[in-house]
Design a protein around this ligand. Structure first.
Ligand code: MN
Length: 237
């Protein structure tokens, strides 16, 4: 087959591997930590909801990103990212872990002013979330290295000031539950990513500021204890 132009494929490096993970779709969970739901003005546990970002909104281990157009209020949201290994629709909870390819650390950048305005007008807020460079992401750590991830610290600082600090065990919907819920809507396929929601403390990044994010977890697999250490460090120009 010949193409009219070179097709664009976004890929993420896989740690300790020569292989790369080709990205198909990006799903994101809205409000998955109780304290963040409260800070956004929502108090009750409700079924998770989802939105999407284009695959090429990812920026892999960026050193810098460009402050986006059409906003004066760029927000960070640090999140665990789940990479999907297998096809599945309406996945059962007992099988959900089999669909996990691995984990990454991501930031769901948001034009909060635009999102707020669109929400008020009952308009779709796609472009407040799915703009260019809206999803900085680390390399992927394979599931086989870490196993089932149930807890671990996730944090973000701006100019060395700690702004977000949470633990994966505070997620309202766990990793397998999120996979079950997304797969009720769409057939998941290898290459899909799920941004799993952010802990409390979301806020603004201004031009010239530096963001540091980290995800650290220890896990006991059947064989041995393993560590997950993922980092992202970049400046917004
Ligand atoms: Mn988010």
């Amino acid at each position: 087959m010949s193409y009219a132009f070179e097709p664009l494929i976004t890929t993420i490096p896989i740690s300790d591997s020569q292989e790369n993970f080709p990205v198909r779709r990006i799903y994101c969970v809205g409000r998955n930590y109780a304290e963040h739901a409260i800070e956004m003005g929502h108090c009750e546990r409700e079924a998770p909801f989802f939105f999407t970002k284009p695959a090429d909104a990812l920026v892999i281990n960026p050193a810098r990103i460009t402050y986006p157009s059409m906003t004066n209020e760029l927000h960070y949201e640090v999140e665990l990212v789940i990479a999907i290994a297998n096809t599945g629709f309406d996945i059962e909870l007992s099988n959900a872990w089999e669909h996990v390819f691995g984990y990454a650390l991501g930031i769901d950048l948001t034009k909060r002013d635009l999102q707020t305005e669109y929400k008020k007008k009952s308009r779709p807020w796609d472009l407040a979330k799915g703009f260019d460079q809206s999803a900085p992401i680390s390399s992927l750590i394979p599931f086989k290295n870490i196993g089932k991830l149930k807890e671990g610290t996730i944090e973000l600082s701006v100019n060395n000031e700690l702004r977000q600090e949470g633990n994966l065990n505070q997620m309202i919907w766990s990793i397998p539950e999120i996979i079950v819920e997304v797969s009720k809507h769409v057939e998941l396929k290898p290459g899909d990513l799920i941004f799993s929601g952010t802990p409390s403390g979301v806020g603004e990044i201004k031009k010239g500021q530096t963001v540091r994010a980290a995800l650290n977890a220890k896990n006991n697999t059947s064989l041995n204890a393993t560590r997950l250490d993922l980092n992202l460090n970049f400046t917004v120009d």
